[in-house]
Design a protein around this ligand. Structure first.
Ligand SMILES: O=P(O)(O)O[C@@H]1[C@@H](OP(=O)(O)O)[C@H](OP(=O)(O)O)[C@H](O)[C@H](OP(=O)(O)O)[C@H]1OP(=O)(O)O
Ligand SMILES: Nc1ncnc2c1ncn2[C@@H]1O[C@H](COP(=O)(O)OP(=O)(O)O)[C@@H](O)[C@H]1O
Ligand SMILES: [Mg+2]
Ligand SMILES: [Mg+2]
Length: 359
């Protein structure tokens, strides 16, 4: 895109998300850099709106997906961030973490993986302790589906057999790993990676486990209000004293996941195994998370939009070097890729034919 032409990013977000993400500070920074953020009217067909150089969305359902497909056929040079098919993988807590298990990263002394887990579809399996004897108590029960509903965040820490009674399959039973009560949230925006600390569930010692009864239900621990955070159960953890994981290690995982998942906008939660100080476990991946909580989110997102619509980023402007290479992972929606002449993005394969998308 010629640098004097304005770029248009259409966004389709739920009201709560719109409120938290589309802040005046973001709008004005984008504007000053030649990008207009335009709300997509969800009462009208997407195809009747635009033109958009990019469609940014966190909306679900078959109808929305069809609308995106139609839009992409009509507008092959527009970029949809991100492909519904890629996003869908994060709606199931098993397929989500498979992406981590598939990652191949050369790392020095640090290692990574996922906690031991099993998916349980029925009560018979749930109460058949032999079926999941490889898991030690305490375990966390998580709804299998992670579709952003309040229900999908409702979890329980299970201390013993009694705690199983209230569970409603389909669920994932995952071994609870002591991690010093702090999780690391890694925000990814295209090539950008930022790791922050948040409070988590406190460790459960073997001694303590003997005295704990049944289960402890909880929801979105890392998003507790300040009152809840001061509750004695969560108060013990000290964020300040916790060291961040090595940045280059986290960046390698983030970039590997970005390519594996074919997503540009996501975050993932990582814990450090308290028994093995240099072992990191990815426990959750979220599509288009609460970026506004990330310091300086306006600059990061504006740079990303500039990349997507082919405008120079601020640093490039400063250097006066023209770069029209985009660093966006191409969509990999099979039907769309055929129609819109886009190709999947595994290394060595044919890359995007449109000048807009290159990895
Ligand atoms: O609302 P926020 O800012 O707390 O963001 C939520 C995320 O919090 P985080 O940025 O990781 O602290 C939150 O992350 P967690 O699941 O808490 O790890 C989710 O991404 C949530 O989206 P959804 O309900 O899973 O669709 C995100 O909710 P939506 O904003 O997408 O509704
Ligand atoms: N295997 C685990 N070991 C220890 N703590 C965990 C584990 N899984 C989840 N948690 C804690 O539970 C919280 C919620 O789990 P998570 O899988 O991130 O669900 P959500 O999608 O609702 O954020 C995490 O932020 C972390 O504090
Ligand atoms: Mg989480
Ligand atoms: Mg989540």
């Amino acid at each position: 895109m010629a640098d004097d032409k304005r770029g248009v990013v259409g966004y389709a977000l739920l009201p709560k998300k719109q409120q938290s993400f589309i802040q005046d500070s973001l709008l004005s920074l984008c504007k000053s850099r030649g990008i207009d953020l335009v709300r997509i009217d969800q009462d009208r067909r997407l195809i009747d709106q635009g033109p958009f150089d990019c469609v940014l969305h966190k909306m679900y359902g078959d109808d929305w997906r069809k609308q995106l497909e139609e839009f992409q056929i009509e507008n092959p040079n527009s970029t949809i961030i991100d492909s519904p098919l890629s996003i869908e993988r994060l709606h199931n807590r098993i397929s989500m973490l498979q992406a981590v298990s598939e990652l191949k990263i050369e790392s020095g002394t640090d290692t990574f993986g996922i906690p031991k887990q099993i998916v349980i579809y029925d009560k018979d399996t749930l109460f058949d302790r032999q079926a999941w004897e490889f898991l030690k108590y305490p375990v966390i029960a998580k709804p299998l589906i992670a579709d952003g509903s309040a229900k999908s965040h409702k979890m329980a820490l299970i201390f013993n057999h009694e705690g199983l009674n209230k569970l409603r399959p389909p669920i994932v039973l995952q071994e609870f790993v002591n991690h010093g009560g702090v999780i690391f949230k890694v925000y990814v925006v295209g090539e950008f990676v930022k790791c922050v600390k948040r409070k988590s569930l406190p460790d459960v010692s073997e001694e303590k486990l003997k005295s704990l009864e049944g289960s402890l239900p909880f929801s979105q621990v890392s998003n507790l209000t300040s009152d809840e955070r001061n509750d004695k159960y969560y108060k013990l953890m000290d964020l300040e004293e916790t060291e961040l994981p090595p940045q280059s290690f986290i960046t390698d995982i983030a970039r590997g996941l970005r390519r594996g998942l074919k997503l540009n906008l996501f975050n993932f939660d990582v814990i450090r195994d308290a028994r093995i100080g240099n072992r990191y476990l990815v426990i959750d991946i979220n599509y288009f998370p609460g970026y506004a909580k990330m310091p300086g989110y306006e600059t990061v997102l504006t740079d990303f939009f500039c990349d997507v619509v082919g405008k120079k980023s601020l640093s490039e402007e400063k250097e006066k070097g023209g770069v029209d290479k985009l660093q966006v992972v191409p969509n990999c929606d099979v039907d769309l890729t055929k129609i819109a002449s886009k190709t999947c993005c595994s290394d060595g394969e044919e890359k995007e034919k449109s000048p807009v998308l290159q990895v």
